[in-house]
Write a protein that binds this ligand. Sequence first.
Ligand code: HEM
Length: 430
Amino acid sequence: MATREAHRLDQARVQALIDPATYAQWDGALDLLDTIRSEAPVAWVDAGEPDHPPFWLVSRYDDVMRMSKDNATFLNNPRTVVFALTEGIEFAKSMTGGSEHLVASLVTFDAPIHMIYRKLTQSWFMPGNLRSLEDEMCGIAHKAVDRLFDAGPEVDFVKTVSAPYPLHIVMQILGVPEEDEERMLFLTQQMFGGSDEDLAGMKAMTPEQVTQIVAASVKGFEEYFAALTAEKRAHPTDDVASTIANAVIDGEPLNDRDMMGYYMILAAAGHDTTSASTAGAMLALAQDPAQFARAKVDRSLLPGIVEEAIRWTTPVQHFMRTAAEDTEVGGQAIAKGDWLMMSYIAANHDPAQFDEPRRFDAARSPNRHLAFGAGAHQCLGLHLARLEMRILFEALLDRIDSVELAGEAKRSSSTFVGGLKTLPLRVKAA
Ligand code: HEM
């Protein structure tokens, strides 16, 4: 089997891969990943900097699928995302008494604890339970369309609809009062978009500044959810926050850190991701008026539009795994302890799996994309995300006559969760 040296990426590509700005230029990012996939589908990425430990980039669909499903060999611990700074890790260790994770959550747990925690809330996110929320979601969707028309005819779809809509829904499910949503949005954008100068409102941040922003965001969450836990213990209600606050494992309530991590992963994972795929679906429809017109009269096209938008946008751009033992991926020897990046963007644009992967094709079938991951950690909110999008687009297709781009759509700079941060549209009411 080939050595690391044989598949070592040159520094120009390494720097591009770990630079958040690369992912703001979508075609450029796809070009980069396509070239790497065809030359070295399992490539060694070594920036030679302590802030960026080396890793294997896995870019073929089949390899990412296999790794995702083999949760015994490919562990989520100790580090799940590539954005890791020495200062950040040291800070996390000092705050947590040794863990590299500032917050412990489903994505940082491995077996057996992972499933025990996941099962606490899993039923909330299953289709049967979600059905009972459909009417409420429909009302929230129509309010979002009202906002679109109130702000129109020229409007930023992200700010008006795609960001606040899933945020409101996930906050309702969590049990966070409406008046606190702005704060949640701010905190999660700091956490996920901390490297994007527009989102964080800062230019040319140093690694230390970025670390401070993330740490401040975590602290903000902790303070907020400590108060919410006290409230839900004193007065339990029918929501996920009450389930977490009152959960018992081995006869003990969850400790504060695990509880905060649970709230945070749900609050954070549940909206920026869906906002990105929702905005992507709208961009695709705005760019193709014939498709918009077809979907308006034939709603059977909607599930295909939703699924393809999720693949086409791939909001979660990667997750990392660590090899539990000596193994191989795609014929490449991997040593125990090696760090690997599963590039969902590259997997979802692998021409061996998807014909013309850059084309938005609502009729794509099969469309077994990896945007939600696979295996034990597969997205807990995938049914919710699909349902939210379908319900919103039902409302949009009912009430919009036509839609077109009114300016340049811009993506955020991020190595982790990414997508459109502005989508200027001109909409005409039906
Ligand atoms: C289009 C929208 C979304 C996308 C693309 C997405 C993507 C992902 C991905 C790629 C993972 C990791 C999968 C893996 O490691 O195999 C994940 C995990 C997760 N997602 Fe989502 N997600 C979305 C929406 C949501 C929503 C609405 C929620 C609701 C709360 C949510 C909650 C979670 C949670 C809790 C996990 C961790 C699951 C675990 O580790 O067991 N996500 N998501």
